[in-house]
Design a protein around this ligand. Sequence first.
Ligand code: ACO
Length: 153
Amino acid sequence: LKFLCYSNDGVDEHMIWLVGLKNIFARQLPNMPKEYIVRLVMDRTHKSMMVIRNNNVVGGITYRPYASQRFGEIAFCAITADEQVKGYGTRLMNHLKQHARDADGLTHFLTYADNNAVGYFVKQGFTKEITFDKERWQGLLVLGTSRTMMEEY
Ligand code: ACO
């Protein structure tokens, strides 16, 4: 099992994994327009921490680091259906947090969580109480519908 973080860098192997991750998001997040998922996963300002098993992607988190404001916005998070509730989601989030701190210098994460995923985010240390200075994120985040804003630091 490997946890690897890449963006759209033109490397064939990374592109194959990003396309696989995009397909997992499209299936697991049916309320998200597919074009929107493709656009953000392939956008060079976004990065994806992926769970790779036997050279196949089984899940991941796509996020956008805002380096000068020192926070990351989590856009999508999912594990493929037959691999859920095996602990991969927790390990994925832990790898993401470490990478974001070490490689991106981020201190906070913000996300608009699907209401049915709020329990997962709470277990990962996120809260609905947003303490992060509003001036640093206002106007940057894309508001989701039927989603709950959450923060982790
Ligand atoms: N609601 C409440 N608790 C949950 C949920 C949930 N939807 N999913 C997992 N958990 C709990 C588990 O029971 C577990 O608790 P435990 O540690 O006490 O046993 C803990 O969270 C972690 O479980 P993992 O096995 O690590 O989680 P998993 O690998 O299944 O990944 C994930 C969680 C990513 C939510 C996965 O179930 C999934 O892909 N779901 C469908 C897509 C989805 O809802 N994604 C999030 C949308 S919000 C966004 O993308 C910003």
